[in-house]
Each structure stands twice: as C-alpha cells, then as structure tokens.
Design a protein around this ligand. Structure first.
Ligand SMILES: Nc1ncnc2c1ncn2[C@@H]1O[C@H](COP(=O)(O)OP(=O)(O)OP(=O)(O)O)[C@@H](O)[C@H]1O
Length: 341
C-alpha cells in the first residue's frame, strides 16, 4: 500500500459526511390549493444515512419525497443530488439515479420477477446476460433464492416477497439514493418486523442514502439514523437522532407525537454494554442474562421474566462480562440527568 494518507485529515477529526440529497427552500403549491403542501423546506440528507420523514396525515411527507425525484415539480426552491442542482435535470435520467419503493409495490403483473427487476437495466441497454446476472445478484441480496423466484409472477408471491422484489427493482440500476414511501405499510406486523430487520442488514452492506416516509413512530425509531419530524405544510419541527428526539422533544407538538412511553421506547435504543457495570457490581443477577449488544428494553424484559433486579451481561463468547441492574437503568435515563447526548 503506497497510498499517502489523505492530506489535511487530522487524526481524530472525522469529516462530516457530505450531503447526498438536499432540498433548499422548496415549496410546493398544488393547483387550486390556497395553502402550500410544502412551505419553504430546507433539508439535507447525508451520504449513506437513512432519514425518516415522520408526521401526521396530510403534513406533506409524500409530497416532499416525490419532490426529490421530481415526480412532483417544485413551485420554488432547489433540489440537489450529490451537490449537483437537479431542479431542471431530465426527470427520467434523475429517476435512474434514485430508486423508488412504494407501499403498493407496483410490480407489473404480466411480467415475471426477473423481468420486473431487470426492467431499468434493460431500458438502459445493458446486455441480456449481464442483466440476468444482475437480477440473480439482486434476488440473493434481498433474500430470495433466484432459482425459486426469478420465473414467478407477482401474484404468486406473498406481500412480503413482493416487497423484497420491489426493493430489488429499485436497486437494479445501483442508484446512490433510494426513496421509500411507507414501504412496509401494507404488511402484517410479524412479516413487517422481519422485513425491517432484513432491510437494515441489507443497508449495512449497501449503504445507500435513503429517505423513508412513515407515520409509524416505532418504525421511524427502528430504521432512522435521523428522523425529520414534520408539522403542517412540511414544516421541519425537529431533525435529530431517534435517541435525541425521545430524550428532548423540541416542543409540545413533538412531545405529543412521540407520546407517553417515550422513556420506554428509548430503552430499545440504548445497548446494555454502554451502561453495564463490571461483574461483581451491586445487585444479584438471579438467573437473568442478557447480551452486551442487546437493548436495555431486552435487559428489563429478561429481569422481569426471571423476577430479578439485575441481569448478568454476557460478552460475544457468552461469558459473563458484567451486570446491569434496575437502578443503573433508571439512573441513566434523561429524567435522572444521566442520559441525553
Ligand atoms: N395532487 C394533489 N392536488 C392537490 N392537493 C394535494 C395533492 N396531493 C396532495 N395534496 C394535498 O397536499 C397535502 C399534503 O399531502 P401529502 O400526501 O404529501 O401528505 P402526507 O403527509 O404524505 O399524508 P399521509 O400520511 O396521509 O399519506 C394534503 O393536504 C393533501 O390533501
């Protein structure tokens, strides 16, 4: 390796990731409507992060999302993709650079899974063999066995499988960014959780820049690196990490949106390992165990099930590495002054 270290990168100074998507002063006024659906919104999305748009019905989430790939044209403002102003770029070309996934999936019913996924690469004139390889690669990526699925038709798939095919199709042209509108909305709760997990695993590998619309707080907290809470006319009320929003809602609107239970929800976001005390600390584990990479929520669940006031924390090899107790959990919550950022 003869490459010199990047000039000007001081040790420890992690440069802020660049913005992949940026809305600047964007307004959308639908014809015949008095009030704009989106009013002067400025929002940046960094490369490789998942930003969730969350807000009440009609606040302009879908409009905002569709402004990004210009399925809806802005009345005013600018849209940038990778620093380039695409407000007046060719919309078809733009959409090839931004994958799009919707709740209803929108697969073509008369086309096989392979034909659906390969649609964009084919229209881009990629060789047939290369497209077929890419389709199989994408099916693998979303957890569907190519041999078993490539020749099927959408109606021969479950809702969850259709959703996976929809994601594969959105990724077909390997776009840097992806927009997802209620992608797991129409799916039963158990499948939905599985798909969310699979989606996060996939994102670990592909690191796309993703903007995702949901009205489901639990989904937003689970999937978002950051959450943009929108009020009426897509006013940006708070834009921060899930933990920060739960710990310090910006105002009464956000507080009511994250609801009672915010403290409980926050337990899901904190890892046991971050607050565990060395083994032999206070409290008796009484048979409850929890892994260091599990959440405080799971630790509490283990304690309640075992009727114990603390749990033994296990390391990656399953060996005891510390304890976590009811009182340490209570002490680190924001109300006790120990949590927050
Ligand atoms: N094509 C349209 N013509 C006129 N008004 C529209 C159009 N599409 C949306 N609107 C209005 O714009 C506002 C924002 O709609 P949008 O669909 O973006 O909201 P949303 O936050 O996605 O809502 P939901 O969570 O209910 O899907 C709403 O008041 C809606 O009635």
């Amino acid at each position: 390796m003869t490459e010199p270290a990047a000039a000007g990168t001081a040790e420890g100074a992690v440069p802020e990731r660049r913005e992949m998507i940026r809305l600047e002063g964007v307004t959308k006024r639908y014809p015949g409507q008095d009030a704009p659906a989106v009013d002067d919104l400025t929002l940046g999305v960094r490369e490789g992060e998942i930003v969730v748009l969350l807000g009440p019905s009609g606040c302009g989430k879908t409009t905002t999302l569709r402004l990004i790939n210009r399925l809806i044209e802005p009345t005013a403002g600018r849209i940038l993709l990778g620093g380039e102003d695409v407000t007046r770029a060719d919309p078809d070309e733009l959409r090839r650079r931004i994958g799009y996934v919707i709740q209803q999936v929108g697969l073509f019913p008369h086309m096989t899974v392979a034909a659906n996924i390969g649609l964009i690469p084919r229209t881009l004139g990629r060789p047939r063999k290369r497209v077929a390889e890419r389709v199989d690669e994408l099916l693998e990526m979303v957890g569907l066995d190519p041999g078993g699925y490539r020749g099927r038709y959408p109606k021969e798939l479950s809702g969850g499988e259709q959703q996976r095919v929809g994601v594969a199709r959105a990724l077909a042209a390997d776009p840097p960014a992806m927009l997802m509108d209620e992608p797991f909305g129409a799916i039963d709760p158990i499948t939905r959780e599985r798909l969310q997990d699979a989606f996060l695993e996939l994102q670990e590998r592909i690191r796309k820049t993703i903007v995702l619309v949901t009205h489901d707080l639990t989904e937003a907290l689970k999937l978002g690196d950051r959450i943009a809470i929108l009020g009426g006319r897509a006013k940006l009320v708070q834009y921060d990490t899930p933990a920060a929003i739960l710990a310090e809602p910006a105002d009464a609107f956000v507080a009511s949106f994250v609801g009672t239970g915010a403290a409980m929800r926050r337990l899901r976001l904190v890892e046991v390992g971050s607050i565990a005390l060395p083994a032999g600390g206070p409290g008796r584990a009484g048979g409850a165990t929890v892994r260091a990479d599990q959440s405080l929520y799971e630790a509490l669940d283990a304690m309640l099930r075992a009727g114990a006031e603390s749990a033994t924390v296990l390391d990656g090899d399953g060996r005891p590495a510390g304890t976590v107790s009811w009182s340490t959990i209570v002490r680190q919550t924001p109300a006790a002054g120990g949590g927050g950022r």
